[in-house]
Design a protein around this ligand. Sequence first.
Ligand SMILES: Nc1ncnc2c1ncn2[C@@H]1O[C@H](COP(=O)(O)OP(=O)(O)O)[C@@H](O)[C@H]1O
Ligand SMILES: [Mg+2]
Length: 308
Amino acid sequence: MKKRTIGMWIYQNGGGKEIENQLKNQLLEREINSITGVDLNKAIVSNGSILCDTYGNCNYDLKSSIDLFFSYNAGEQTPYQTYLYQALDKLMPTINNYEAFMLTEDKFQTSFLLKNNGIATADYEFFHKDNHLHLETIMDKWSSLVCKPLNGWGGKGLTKIDHNSDILLLKKSLEQLDLTKVYIEKLIDYDNTDYRVDIVDGNYIACYGRKAKKGDWKTNITSGGSIFLREPEDDVINLALKATKITGLEIAGVDILYDREKEQYVVLEVNGIPAFATQEQESLGLSFNDKKIQHIVELIDRKTSLNI
Ligand SMILES: Nc1ncnc2c1ncn2[C@@H]1O[C@H](COP(=O)(O)OP(=O)(O)O)[C@@H](O)[C@H]1O
Ligand SMILES: [Mg+2]
């Protein structure tokens, strides 16, 4: 078998460096080499070759030097990087595969696909920002709503609107948005806790809960939410597995809430770069990193074997 090499771009803060080392070592046990720091932000393309300078003086032609690209860095991702990710995906397997990755970067596209495949999600409406009439119709229909940027993360940019909100103010703020697309969800009646379910390669890896801080409605850690240990029911795991399969993601973190009004679990979001547990979270008992790494290594091994 030809010697295999993969390229990785993994976040380095919050324990990412250690995760990268573990992946590298376990891949080496399977005789798979790794080139780390393959940051497509630094790449140039010369005719058909994507050249990436990972260490300051060594230019790799990615097509001839790696067999697979593993991208796992939510924080530093730029449009330039994802643009080249799209090109690279044409040459070799990427994890996550580009199509599924881009799908789940967009909240409307994800909800649309999930809803049309029988998965319970938040109720939503999508329309052009100049369509004020539709906005008024929605405000009549739902007493509380959440306006979301299509590709936000960490709870950033979410606006909660309730019946006390001033519709004129809302119209004005929509006018100021650069975006033409408006994505609005009905506010789900839930207990301000969620389930984060980690899936790799069709396998259930782990589940934990997140709880919004007192007086807040967002569970994101960046919005002050906290993590707690949570045993999921089979329904929650199966919902996460199904949603992941529909998106096509190899690695996913599925956010699930229990809708008290509809009395059912709903998929709120599918994340393509779900974080590994930090050391601090591991000390709380979140011990899934080893299992997650093991399944990612198996996945990389399989994908690179198919390619030879
Ligand atoms: N429709 C909704 N109803 C109730 N809470 C919501 C709704 N949408 C989002 N939230 C809360 O806001 C948080 C962030 O929303 P999410 O869609 O996951 O965006 P992000 O990508 O920023 O994490 C969720 O974890 C949840 O706590
Ligand atoms: Mg989320």
